[in-house]
Design a protein around this ligand. Structure first.
Ligand code: DAH
Length: 433
């Protein structure tokens, strides 16, 4: 998330940040991780071909999918039609949206499954689907043109906050902005009755230029409401309960993305949460801010039909994480239309667990898998291993399937995996779990 990226810049909490007391908690975790983290894809160098990105310019003639406002005078987002003249008003002093910004509206990079931002979004979805099956409602198509009220007032951003200035935010008119964060949707979704949700979207901020900043970027917001029944038996008050759940949930997410990294919680300030925290991880020899979060201010819940409830919320910047995870050196590359960047073929993972016998070896397993999947198998990796009281040992392997030439269909991979399971069972005489 930009504010988290832009430590020293104007952001929703820039001013406060200067005054905030940063109390650093001890590293929270470093335990083992069962799932293969996204970060483990990097060494393959295949996901985004970092060498290519560093070395070669886009081929001559390569064009963005839609280069400019000139190419599209209107776009549609979530069923809302946005015409150029709706957001670019050159003669209106209350408007500061240029054509270059209009040209980005509706591109929705986060909705392209093979784009690094789409891959990251889907990986985060996977985490929530796996751990909170069916609980979180997902929104990634909400219109980025929002009322000032939604963007600021509804999330308690003070009237004199720097982020409200024309210098920091794109105003369509005095009452309307291009959202500068996905938190702009918290209140409306709460009012609509949602209690668990993830909102992904493009957000817009006026800013200076460098390799990690771009005036349009992408965030994901998470929100979860608790009712008194949830915490009544816990011995904690609602706020403590929500804070503990928040930390546990986000530590799990960070492990899902980065593997078994060291983490720490840093106290901070956001207008919409109290207490507020940042999660940092130790990755590639440095502490990296991953996201901002906190326990939602009661006032927000009260105003939106959830008196007596508590909630947690988090916001994370997708570009920042994707740049680190995929080794992307320049934020502009996210907007590149070079097929080598936008259309790489994603891997597909299948797990299988079984009780091994004395004869079992990993090489034998690999032989079986390769015999069935050929070069479509990219990796076979032991991700879990334990022995029960009876002395039986269980292994869980994760198989990564990926073609270098084409996208594999679900059906095809399911067939392969089904075959692999059958042959592993019959040939290796192991007991599938
Ligand atoms: N909206 C914040 C920003 O862009 C990020 C954020 C921080 C979102 C904490 C949250 C939160 O929901 O709880 O700076």
């Amino acid at each position: 998330m930009r504010p988290l990226i832009r430590t020293a810049r104007c952001c929703l909490r820039a001013r406060e940040r200067a005054m905030a007391t940063f109390s650093v908690a001890p590293a929270a975790i470093s335990s083992s991780t069962a799932a293969r983290p996204l970060s483990s894809l990097r060494p393959h160098g295949r996901l985004l071909l970092p060498c290519f990105l560093h070395a070669a310019p886009a081929p001559a003639g390569a064009r963005p999918l839609r280069t400019s406002a000139a190419a599209a005078s209107a776009v549609e987002v979530g069923g809302v039609k946005i015409a150029r003249e709706d957001v670019v008003k050159e003669d209106d002093p209350t408007n500061n949206v240029p054509d270059t910004i209009f040209s980005k509206i509706g591109l929705q990079l986060h909705r392209r499954d093979n784009h690094p931002l789409g891959i990251l979004k889907n990986t985060i979805y996977d985490y929530f689907d796996k751990n909170f099956a069916g609980q979180f409602d997902k929104f990634d198509d909400l219109c980025p043109v929002v009322a000032v009220k939604q963007n600021f007032d509804d999330v308690l951003v003070p009237a004199d906050h720097v982020s409200r200035s024309y210098n920091d935010t794109y105003y369509v008119d005095g009452q309307t902005v291009l959202r500068c964060h996905t938190s702009a949707h918290q209140a409306e979704l709460l009012r609509d009755g949602h209690t668990h949700f993830l909102v992904t979207g493009d957000v817009y901020r006026r800013d200076s230029i460098d390799s990690t900043h771009y005036p349009v970027f992408h965030q994901m917001e998470g929100f979860r409401v608790f009712s008194p029944d949830d915490w009544s038996g816990s011995g904690m008050d609602g706020t403590a309960y929500a804070a503990a759940d928040l930390k546990k949930t986000l530590e799990g997410l960070a492990r899902h993305l980065f593997g078994a990294v060291e983490m720490r919680w840093v106290d901070t300030y956001f207008p919409f949460t109290n207490p507020s925290f940042e999660l940092e991880i130790y990755f590639q020899d440095d502490w990296l801010e991953v996201l901002g979060c906190g326990v939602t201010e009661q006032e927000i819940l009260k105003r939106n039909g959830r008196t007596d409830h508590v909630a947690w919320a988090f916001g994370l910047g997708l570009e920042r994480l994707a740049m680190v995870l995929f080794d992307i050196p320049d934020i502009r590359l996210f907007w590149s239309n070079d097929k080598r960047f936008t259309s790489q073929f994603p891997p597909c993972y299948k797990d299988m667990s079984f009780w091994i016998n004395d004869e079992f070896t990993e090489n034998n397993l690999c032989e079986v898998v390769r015999g069935i999947a050929g070069d479509l198998v990219e990796e076979v990796k032991l991700i879990d291993n334990f022995t029960n009281k009876k002395g039986m040992t269980s292994h869980c392997y994760r198989i990564a399937y990926r073609s270098m030439e084409r996208s594999l269909t679900d059906e095809e991979i399911n067939d392969l995996q089904w075959n692999v399971r059958e042959v592993v069972k019959s040939k290796l005489k192991v007991e599938l779990r």
